[in-house]
Design a protein around this ligand. Structure first.
Ligand SMILES: C[S@@+](CC[C@H](N)C(=O)[O-])C[C@H]1O[C@@H](n2cnc3c(N)ncnc32)[C@H](O)[C@@H]1O
Length: 273
C-alpha cells in the first residue's frame, strides 16, 4: 500500500473540472471518468499534472495509470505493452467453460502471446487453481507478465510461440489460450492512434491476412494439447471461418463462439481424446 495520500483527498472541484476540460479538449470521450481515475491514482499534485499531460498527449489511460481493469483483476500494464481489451474477457469466459477438470491434479493452462499476462491470470482466477505457463516474444511484455502472473503462481517464458515452453508440457496441456495479433497489415493504419503509436507492432500485426500467427499456433497445438484438451483463439467475426479452417487443418474438432455484447469472437478446437 502507498504511504502517500492520493490527490483525491486534497483536490478541489475547480481542479477536477479543469482536468475534465483539458481531457475533453484532447478528445477523451469519458473525460469525467478519466479525471476521477487520474485524481485517485496520483500521489501528489505534480504527479497529477504529469499524468494529465501524458494523457492529453495521447498515451492510453492504462499506460498513464500503469494498470488495466480486466475480468475484475487489476493488471499492471507497462509502457509499450498491449493493453488488455474488454472483449478478451469472452476468451477467458469460454476457456473457463470448456476447460477439462482433471481429477487429482490441477489443469495445465498455457497462455501464448500473453502480453501483460491478463488472460492467463484471469483464467486461473476463474478456474480457482491451475498450473499456469505463459510466453511472449516481446521482452517488455514478458517482464510485465512476470509481475502479473507470479501472483497466480505461474511461469513466464520469452520466445517465439511454443519454442520457449518446457518440453515436458508436450501432450499435457489442458487449455491453450492465445490472443495472438490478428490485424491484417494493411489495416494497421486504420487503428486508433492510441494503439498505433503506443502499442508495439508485434502485438497488432497479424500479417497479410491477419492470420499468420494464429495459423502457426493452430498448426502445432495438437502436439502440446492433452487428449481432450482445448485451444481457444480470439479472432474477428469476419476472420472466424478462416481461423476455424486453420484449427481443422491442425486436427482439432472446431466450433466458433460469439458474444454480441462484447463484440467478441473466439474459435475453440478440441484435440480428440
Ligand atoms: C494482441 S496482443 C495480446 C496480449 C494479451 N494476450 C492480451 O490479450 O492482452 C498479442 C501479443 O502477442 C505477442 N506476439 C506476437 N508474435 C508473437 C510470437 N511469434 N511469439 C510469441 N508472442 C508473440 C506480442 O508481443 C503481444 O504481446
Amino acid at each position: 500500500m502507498s504511504v502517500f495520500p492520493s490527490v483525491s483527498s486534497f483536490s478541489p472541484s475547480p481542479l477536477r473540472s479543469a482536468i475534465v476540460t483539458r481531457l475533453r479538449a484532447a478528445g477523451c470521450v469519458f473525460a469525467e471518468d478519466e479525471a476521477e481515475l487520474l485524481i485517485s491514482a496520483a500521489r501528489t499534485p505534480s504527479d497529477l499534472d504529469a499524468m494529465v499531460d501524458r494523457r492529453v498527449a495521447g498515451l492510453p489511460l492504462e499506460h498513464v495509470v500503469g494498470w488495466a481493469e480486466f475480468c475484475g483483476l487489476r493488471i499492471s500494464v507497462g509502457p509499450g505493452v498491449f493493453v488488455p481489451r474488454p472483449r478478451t474477457a469472452f476468451l477467458v469466459e469460454r476457456a473457463a467453460a470448456v476447460a477439462p477438470r482433471p481429477e487429482g491434479r490441477e489443469a495445465v493452462v498455457v497462455d501464448l502471446c500473453c502480453g501483460s499476462g491478463a488472460v492467463g491470470a484471469a483464467l486461473v482466477a476463474a478456474l480457482g487453481r491451475a498450473e499456469l505457463h505463459a510466453a511472449d516474444i516481446d521482452p517488455a511484455a514478458v517482464r510485465c507478465a512476470r509481475g502479473n502472473i507470479a501472483a497466480a503462481g505461474g511461469r513466464v517464458y520469452e520466445g517465439d510461440l511454443y519454442e520457449p515452453l518446457p518440453a515436458a508440457l508436450r501432450g499435457r496441456v489442458d487449455v491453450l489460450v492465445a490472443n495472438a495479433p490478428y490485424v491484417p497489415t494493411e489495416a494497421i493504419g486504420l487503428l486508433p492512434p492510441e494503439a498505433r503509436e503506443h502499442e508495439p507492432l508485434v502485438a497488432l500485426d497479424g500479417g497479410a491476412d491477419g492470420l499468420e500467427v494464429q495459423r502457426r499456433v493452430a498448426a502445432s497445438a495438437a502436439d502440446w494439447l492433452a487428449p481432450g484438451g482445448c485451444l481457444l483463439i480470439e479472432t474477428s467475426e469476419r476472420q472466424a471461418p478462416l481461423t476455424a479452417r486453420t484449427f481443422a487443418r491442425g486436427g482439432l474438432v472446431t466450433q466458433i463462439a460469439a458474444c454480441d455484447e462484447l463484440d467478441a469472437t473466439v474459435v475453440i478446437g478440441t484435440r480428440p481424446a
